[in-house]
Design a protein around this ligand. Structure first.
Ligand SMILES: NC(=O)c1ccc[n+]([C@@H]2O[C@H](COP(=O)([O-])OP(=O)(O)OC[C@H]3O[C@@H](n4cnc5c(N)ncnc54)[C@H](OP(=O)(O)O)[C@@H]3O)[C@@H](O)[C@H]2O)c1
Length: 291
């Protein structure tokens, strides 16, 4: 059986949709904190096994992993100390339950001490997985392109794309594409020990993103650099992200502005046989979905 954690999440949703489209619902176990959510019930009706799985509850996680051979662990969205402990709980539970292979949704440059999320969450989790004796695949995700449109209504109404990236170029990738590649890894025999860094095939700076947005959405949009230390306030004001979580993004945003994420790889095509969508195609998809 194949396991996907955090079923109600957006990345998980893309993984699950890809597995269902492959006709493999009967092999799928999804974990969620709320087995009675509308989405959980919809999945159960399709033949998916839905189990309670909260990373804060080691005994429950162990039960959720029973009979699972391959498990995708998706980190949660919380403060960094909480996320690390939750990940360590999940890895230990997978080991205790006899899972053969874990796939961890990590983050670009996980080894870099400059990237706060990586130093405090992703790299220690990767190390725990390596030390666990479990088979594993690490998927290091670029910045979700979706983050660029998290405040699209504001961007379009003000004609300003506010981001903390300065002049630096960064690697992005569409979250939906990452769901496709993760699902493919889950559905096939995969050798243990591989790390993939998944990015679009080129990087973009803020001015380029704003210019592509102008073309795709048909109105002038300029890039406005936000100081990384002011970014938490913006996230909290505009997106309603709790202050204790937005605060934990400063170090990573400083790394973005310092160009730490200026790298592009072909790893996505190595997994799927096809390149990921580029920024223009991603933005066109967003535009078309709004129509
Ligand atoms: N690469 C990037 O740029 C980037 C950007 C943002 C986030 N991320 C990371 O990628 C993850 C997935 O992103 P997303 O956009 O899909 O996030 P999302 O839509 O907010 O989904 C996160 C999911 O985490 C699950 N979750 C929360 N608390 C949990 C717990 N205690 N135990 C088990 N599961 C729990 C929830 O699933 P249930 O409700 O089903 O329990 C939730 O739906 C995020 O959580 C974050 O770690 C990466």
């Amino acid at each position: 059986m194949i396991f996907v954690s955090g079923a109600n999440g957006q990345f998980a949703g893309s993984v699950i949709a890809t597995i269902l489209a492959a006709g493999r619902a009967g092999e799928l176990v999804v974990g969620t904190r709320n087995v009675n959510s509308a989405f959980a019930r919809e999945l159960a009706a399709k033949g998916v096994s839905v189990r309670a799985a909260d990373f804060r509850e080691p005994a429950q996680m162990r039960r959720a992993f029973e009979g699972v051979s391959k498990a995708l662990l998706i980190p949660t969205y919380d403060t960094n100390d909480v996320r690390l402990q939750q990940n360590l709980n999940a890895v230990q539970a997978a080991k205790d339950a006899g899972v053969g292979h874990v796939v961890y949704a990590s983050f670009l440059k996980a080894e870099s001490p400059l990237v706060e999320h990586s130093r405090l969450v992703h790299f220690p989790t990767e190390q725990a997985i390596r030390a666990s004796g479990l088979g594993f695949t690490i998927l290091r995700h670029a910045l979700y392109a979706d983050i660029l449109v998290g405040d699209l209504a504001d961007t379009l109404s003000t004609g300003s794309l506010h981001r903390p990236s300065g002049d630096a170029r960064s690697a992005y990738i569409a979250r939906a594409d990452l769901g496709i590649s993760a699902a493919q890894i889950l559905m096939r025999d995969e050798p243990s020990g591989l790390t993939y860094t998944e990015t679009m095939e080129r990087t973009y700076n803020g001015v380029e993103v704003a210019s592509l947005m102008s073309e795709v959405f048909g109105k002038p949009i300029r890039f406005v650099a936000v100081d990384p230390t002011d970014w938490p306030r913006y996230m909290t004001e505009k997106w309603g992200v709790p202050p204790e979580i937005s605060k934990s993004t400063v170090g990573t945003m400083q790394a973005v502005a310092a160009g730490v994420f200026d790298l592009a790889t072909q790893d996505y095509a190595r997994i799927t046989g096809q390149p990921p969508r580029d920024m223009r195609a991603f933005l066109e998809g967003v535009r078309d979905a709004r129509r």
